[in-house]
Design a protein around this ligand. Structure first.
Ligand code: BGC
Length: 745
């Protein structure tokens, strides 16, 4: 079996009837006898007061919980409203239950456990969010997710995916924020901050180096400490600093031979030690392999039915009684859970189901999708569409049904999901039996075709399914413009086998492009895909997985109502041959075979840093993205010494309003040439407008991590800094001198 999901769905019974939310309040609160209920005290004091009144068994009860879905012999746990996980409350002490749901893209309703009417707004994929390069949009999207969670009385959202995209075939890259530690950390961090601003605990996940899905339970991420600290761990560190998540979810994989959920180095020394993290660590569902996890730093065993034993119940109690595990560690773990609950205000309110403003939230989703769309190529300014295009044919990609989304535990049930599923979905297209519930390709019902038709009133807009290239080519031949939609299904539980588009879609584009040079291709994908026909088409638009209003966003960009401003958060290689690992490690391994993946090949040079180091030219660099206007930069001034600060004048030199992303890169330092994004800022500029932009570089991006000294180290010397359009361009550059410095980890 590939994952717990398979086990879960094969055993699944029919969804239970919808239980009413249960609240753990225990009558009126007597302040005197429950001093921890005093909201004027800080979370640390309240935790201390509460712990002092708890029995040993009550503390242990906070340290494990079940998957909150009925399947096989397991019932929906009493008190659970139904979703990913549940930790019972404690009526005696007024401790509320934890009701946990997935994920970053919206509040899920797996197996329709809360009933088919329980819907949520589907935001665009997290990779799309990263393409906005806009922390404010991340925060707003987080607020939508948190608001909907709260309205459903969910108080823990399993959101905040921040693993770096080391491989453009990772089935879960769509749930993460790209390949760069600064961008990923900022975007995930502000999305977490948005969720938590609503009083819902968020996680950051999957800690750490969960960078391939194939064999995710047995894959061993092998990496040196410095390389890890400068890449994936730095992304987590930045996300945690900005978002202050109440919880961290440790991952399925091993790191340097030890399961991530019992990895003393990752959990105790780095996360809780060096970073001073005060929240709790929960396991991924089915990721606990022994009681060693408890002393390894895991505080809470989640989805406990999926593990061989509920280690954090009877075995833990016995080990403490036998003196093998100190009671202080139980206090520490329970205290961490409670502290996060106090900090989120869970003790100070009674959550009740509330109405959700789906229209307002869909507006947020649409705004995010619009800012995320990346115009990759635009020969002869074929876009935006003009009034001279009288006959337009839209082809393929189920553009008449909606926009594609990623599959797995993050799949959101949208307000119109029934209509959204492809007509063929009753024959599961994503997997066998009920597995389809997790791996079906779901199209969110925002059809680009409808959205285009409503905007292109002066043109005749026809549709061809694209099932047969010959038919599509004939339709394209008779049109002024052909718009081909292609999509890449990807999702949790496995990687995509290659960067090639499946289902003969490349042949479709080739046939259409041969019939009509005015061909525009819209890609909906969870990753970069091979574009073997790029030279034969006019424009290429990356629309990612666009969420609830993805079709509207695409139509607005194609027609020029919105000027595209997305930038690639992940480099787009020409082919797999340019990757650090051209073949996916362990592709032919058995499901329980240990698969070591050597991340020391690229080390911390993930994505664009790797291609730059190897002198490879990818198809599109990280940071790339065209606009319908032009931006220029001038008068770059960089201040060094103990800081790294830059000022540059950005000008919109075209005739349309637009948004630019000013990207500041470190391109050279005493050791030689490098490429590292050290700061970025998105801004709107009217035609002809200039703005002075101030950027402050994060010095950890300039430094190297010295594992022996446990310090970030910046050698004194000359540093070259550039404002560039993408990670591969020379840009406008200057030098500055930095003082020698060391910084705490
Ligand atoms: C996923 C997590 C998710 C959990 C609960 C796991 O399979 O990896 O991201 O939060 O399930 O649904």
């Amino acid at each position: 079996m590939k994952s717990w999901k398979l086990a879960a769905v094969l055993l699944a019974g029919v969804a239970a009837s919808v239980p009413s939310p249960t609240l753990a309040e225990d009558g009126p609160i007597a302040r005197g006898s429950r001093p921890w209920m005093n909201p004027r005290l800080g979370p640390d004091d309240r935790t201390r007061l509460l712990l002092s009144q708890m029995t040993f068994d009550e503390k242990v009860a906070l340290l494990h919980g079940a998957m909150a879905m009925p399947f096989g012999p397991f019932k929906l746990p009493a008190g659970a409203i139904g979703s990913a996980g549940f930790i019972p409350g404690n009526a005696r002490l007024g401790i509320p239950a934890l009701q946990e749901s997935d994920a970053s893209l919206g509040v899920t309703n797996p197996l329709m456990v809360r009933g088919p009417g329980d819907m949520s707004t589907a935001l665009p994929s997290s990779l799309a969010l990263a393409a906005t390069f806009d922390p404010a949009i991340a925060y707003e999207g987080g607020r939508v997710v948190g608001t909907e969670a709260r309205a459903k009385t969910i108080n823990v959202q399993l959101a905040g995916g921040v693993d770096l995209a080391r491989d453009p075939r990772n089935g879960r890259n769509f749930e993460y924020a790209g390949e760069d530690p600064l961008l990923a950390g900022v975007i995930a961090g502000d999305s977490i901050r948005g969720i938590q601003s609503t009083g819902v605990i968020s996680t950051a996940k999957h800690y750490a180096l969960n960078d391939q899905e194939h064999n995710r339970n047995t894959v061993d991420s092998v990496i040196g400490e410095a390389a890890a600290r400068e890449s994936d761990l730095l992304a987590f560190q930045i996300a945690i600093e900005r978002g202050q998540p109440g919880s961290i979810m440790c991952s399925y994989n091993l790191v340097n031979g030890v399961y991530a959920c019992q990895n003393d180095w990752l959990l105790n020394r780095v996360l809780k030690g060096d970073w001073g993290y005060k929240g709790f660590v929960m396991s991924d569902w089915g990721a606990v392999h022994s009681l060693d996890a408890f002393m390894g730093g895991l505080d809470q065993q989640s989805g406990e039915q999926l593990d061989a034993k509920v280690w954090f119940d009877a075995p833990l109690k016995e080990a403490v009684k036998a003196g093998k595990i100190p009671t202080a560690r139980v206090d520490d773990a329970a205290g961490r859970v409670l502290r996060a609950m106090f900090a989120a205000g869970l003790f100070d309110r009674t959550d009740k189901p509330a109405r959700i403003d789906y229209d307002a939230h869909a507006d947020v989703a649409q705004h995010e999708a619009e800012d995320a769309i990346v115009l990759l190529q635009n020969r002869n300014n074929i876009l935006p569409l003009t009034a001279s295009a009288k006959r337009i044919v839209v082809i393929g990609g189920h553009a008449d049904a909606g926009v594609a989304s990623g599959s797995g535990s993050s799949q959101v049930t949208t307000p119109y999901r029934k209509e959204a599923i492809l007509p063929v979905a009753s024959v599961p297209i994503g997997g066998e039996g009920m597995m389809a519930a997790f791996s079906n390709v779901v199209f969110h019902p925002s059809p680009p075709l409808t959205a285009l038709r409503s905007r292109l009133k002066g043109a005749q807009v026809s549709f061809d399914t694209g099932f047969y290239p010959e038919t599509a080519a004939a339709a394209a031949h008779n049109a002024d413009v052909a718009i081909v939609f292609v999509y890449q299904p990807s999702g949790e539980g496995d990687d995509v086998p290659s960067m090639d588009l499946p289902m003969g879609q490349d042949a479709l584009v080739e046939a259409v492009a041969a019939a009509n040079p005015n061909t525009i291709v819209v890609v909906e994908s969870g990753n970069p895909v091979a574009l073997p026909w790029a030279d034969k088409v006019g424009a290429i638009v990356e629309a990612w997985y666009g969420g609830a209003r993805g079709g509207e966003a695409i139509a607005r960009v194609l027609t020029g109502e919105v000027n595209p401003s997305g930038r690639l958060p992940i480099t787009w290689p020409m082919s797999e041959s340019q990757l650090p690992r051209p073949a996916i490690p362990g592709w032919t391994a058995g499901p329980s075979d240990r698969v070591p993946v050597d991340y020391n090949v690229e080390g911390s040079d993930v994505g664009y840093r790797w291609y730059a180091r190897k002198g490879e030219t990818p198809r599109y660099w990280f940071g790339h993205g065209l606009s319908y206007t032009n931006f220029t930069y001038g008068n770059l001034v960089v201040r060094g010494g103990k800081v790294l600060e830059a000022e540059v004048t950005a000008t919109n030199s075209g005739d349309r309003a637009g948004k630019d992303v000013v990207q500041l890169y470190l391109t050279g330092r005493p050791g030689g040439a490098v490429r590292r994004l050290v700061a970025f800022q998105k801004l709107s500029l009217a035609p002809g407008e200039s703005r002075r932009v101030k950027l402050a570089g994060d010095l950890r991006l300039v430094a190297d991590f010295d594992a022996a000294r446990k310090r970030w180290v910046i050698p004194a010397g000359t540093y070259r800094i550039a404002v560039a359009r993408d990670a591969g361009s020379a840009g406008l550059a200057t030098t500055t001198t930095l003082q020698a410095a060391t910084m705490k980890p």
